[in-house]
Design a protein around this ligand. Structure first.
Ligand code: FES
Length: 94
């Protein structure tokens, strides 16, 4: 797979977002990617504070920012991006 086709997930790792949920979101994203064997389809990155702590926790998937996002909602957004990219490997959310 061309790296340009990868879904890029950026998790804000600033202290506010991290303590308000992104620490769990990061762990669940890592588990979801590993369990579904989609490491070649998803690139997980961290960012420094994105200067929008008030609306956090924040994540960005392929440039689309999701604010006040729970871990479950984050996985749902990722699954939707995978589905729209034609990825059949990703299993249903539990
Ligand atoms: S810590 Fe995430 S926007 Fe500031």
């Amino acid at each position: 797979m061309d790296s340009a086709d990868k879904i890029i997930v950026v998790v804000c790792m600033g202290s506010s977002c991290f303590s308000r949920g992104n620490s769990l979101t990061l762990k669940l994203l890592q588990d979801y990617i590993h369990e579904n064997g989609i490491e070649d389809r998803v690139e997980l990155k961290g960012s420094l504070c994105e200067d929008c702590c008030k609306c956090g926790p924040n994540i960005t998937i392929n440039g689309a920012r999701y604010s006040e996002v729970s871990a479950d909602a984050c996985l749902q957004h990722l699954a939707e991006h995978l589905q729209s990219n034609g990825c059949r490997e990703a299993g249903p959310l539990s």
